[in-house]
Design a protein around this ligand. Structure first.
Ligand SMILES: [Mn+2]
Length: 573
């Protein structure tokens, strides 16, 4: 038999589950589920039970989250005092989806309880991320009643801003999930943990506050759907408390009565509301439909309109805002696409050997992070995209697993004006005069670290299964893994030596393939998105190995199990 050579999408398939001792055919669904749990780091009976039956968000304890009880008590005492004395309070948030949700959650809790609270979201271009002295001074000047500033999703390193607030006679409560430093700001209370998103910390404070003022348990959980959006948008691993929040919060999101979200769903074509065909909302909808629209305002205009969308009670206003968000998101897409065309041309010319480092004065500061992510996807290596300003430039960096980008950047701290981030994503500002030297230094430093192995595209696969395993019942069993996402990927399987038959292209530009996969008298429908370039070699191949996830295809009222192909390679290669 002739075997046709072609290139798989991923250079390496990393099969996580140990190959079972008995032939794959004999494995029971229950055993497969157990292997999948192990692949997600859940080994003990207790861990598995907690995963399969996530605790209700109202029962998540401060201890589970590593939040200091005394700090949250101090915060609540201050907020209650504000309610009693009629003090003005500002909830100071951030312009990304997590920060916007965090702001909405806590502001609503205070407002509902009669606190004179106002939400505040800084502008990305004129104020920048986090509490800052100038904005605090302005807020204090324009609001004579202001007594307390509560930061959400920011503030843990805002030393100067907190000093300024103290000087002005304001009290400060910080709530944040970003990396803290050895020295903490001198705030009146600091509610911090890095285990959950900013929106979840906000929700926990709101929950405890409502409990404290004696609200009924049915009213403690308001805003949970926003906490779930923040969790998923901020790429928190969906295990432990984050899994609880995501699971129940997504359930609430599908039942939301917020006019703004309902209008946004309508605008974006998400169907909810108990319709027969309506799919439950999943991480995918948050990551690719909801969060990008909330984020777009802060990237191009001002995020306060996204906050308004979440909080408005008016259906008319909600419709207008949903349209504005969608329109701005389209603009944002166009701007990113333009950068990408330009940047990937430049990157190809550079014949990259190290980090991609792309600088241009036309690159829009609000979207360089997104552009860097897409370049990492395309080129499989770390990327830094720089929006060149008049004298100072802003840069955004994204990395690949195994290369610590913030460490690489910090190694040349002396060339930078400021910056911060995580191993996979970071940002910094730099004088134009120092750009060339910085680029040279970081490229030199990264080159030996970016080994062939590190750069090889890897596809994580849960385990090998046989077609006998793939039943409707098994598919239903896999539902226990939802919601899937970061830290808890969709169960992914491999099957070897299958035949592909009845292949044809589909889609507007014929870029996808559908076919049937057959092995030993069993046949399944399959779809392979963006695989049309392999049409000819696949047509000629007799046997291939595949990696896939399972899906239920509903057509003409009939439900059919379908394999969603992730990768294909010549059998046994
Ligand atoms: Mn956040």
């Amino acid at each position: 038999m002739k075997s046709i050579k072609f290139k798989s999408r991923y250079e390496h398939w990393q099969v996580l589950g140990k190959k079972p001792a008995k032939p794959v055919k004999k494995i029971k669904s229950r055993e497969i589920v157990d292997i999948l749990l192990g692949n997600r780091g859940l080994k003990t009976a207790k861990q598995k039970k907690e995963f399969l039956h996530p605790v209700k968000p109202l029962d998540i304890t401060l201890r589970d989250l590593g939040i200091d009880t005394r700090e949250i008590e101090k915060a609540i005492r201050l907020i209650k005092k504000a309610a009693d004395e009629g003090w003005g309070v500002i909830v100071y948030g951030d312009y990304d989806a997590d920060g916007i949700c965090a702001t909405a959650i806590l502001w609503e809790a205070l407002y509902d309880a009669g606190v004179k609270a106002l939400p505040y979201i800084p502008g990305r271009f004129d104020e920048g991320y986090g509490l800052n002295p100038v904005s605090i001074a302005k807020l204090s000047e324009s609001n004579a009643e202001l007594k307390i500033i509560i930061s959400v999703d920011n503030g843990i390193v805002a030393h100067k801003a907190v000093e300024k607030a103290c000087d002005l006679g304001l009290k400060v409560i910080i709530s944040d999930h970003h990396q803290k430093e050895k020295k903490l700001p001198r705030a009146d209370a600091i509610v911090h943990t890095d285990k959950v998103s900013g929106a979840v910390i906000s929700w926990i404070i709101a929950r405890e506050f409502r409990k404290n003022i004696g609200l009924k348990s049915t009213r403690l959980g308001k805003g949970l759907e926003l906490a779930a959006i923040g969790t998923i948008a901020d790429q928190m691993p969906l295990l432990g408390p984050n899994r609880s929040i995501a699971k129940y919060g997504l359930g609430d999101l599908a039942k939301t009565k917020r006019p703004g979200l309902l209008a946004l769903f309508k605008e974006a074509g998400i169907e909810i509301g108990g319709k027969e065909k309506a799919k439950p909302i999943g991480s995918f909808d948050v990551n690719y439909i909801i969060a990008p629209r909330l984020n777009a305002m802060g990237r191009l205009e001002h995020a306060v309109d996204s906050l308004r969308l979440l909080c408005t009670g008016s259906t008319a206003k909600a419709g207008e805002l949903a349209q504005l968000l969608s329109m701005t998101n389209k603009k944002r897409q166009k701007i990113v696409d333009e950068i990408l065309v330009h940047a990937s041309e430049m990157a190809k010319r550079e014949s990259a050997e190290s980090i991609l480092f792309l600088v241009h004065e036309t690159y829009h500061e609000g979207v360089i992070g997104l552009a860097a992510s897409k370049l990492v996807e395309e080129f499989g290596r770390p990327a830094i995209v720089v929006a060149k300003g008049e004298t100072v430039s802003k840069a955004s960096a994204r990395s690949i697993p195994g290369f610590d980008i913030i460490r690489a950047i910090r190694a040349h701290d002396e060339l930078l004006l400021g910056g911060g981030g995580h191993p996979m994503a970071a940002g910094f500002s730099i004088e134009n005069a120092k750009l060339a030297l910085f680029s040279e230094k970081i490229s030199e430093q990264a080159k030996p670290l970016l080994t062939k192995n590190l750069l090889a595209k890897k596809l994580k696969v849960d385990m090998e299964v046989s077609f006998e395993n793939l039943t409707r019942k098994f598919f239903k069993k896999l539902k226990v893994f939802e919601p899937t996402g970061v830290g808890n990927p969709v169960p992914t399987f491999t099957c070897s030596g299958v035949e592909l038959i009845e292949m044809r292209t589909i889609g507007r530009d014929a870029s996808h393939l559908i076919f049937k996969v057959a092995k030993e008298d069993m046949v399944f429908d399959a779809v392979a998105f963006s695989f049309a370039d392999l049409y000819l070699p696949l047509m000629k191949s007799t046997r291939v190995d595949i990696v896939f996830t399972l899906d239920l295809n509903v057509w003409n009222g009939r439900e059919n199990l379908q394999l969603k192909i992730r990768d294909i390679k010549p059998a046994g290669s």
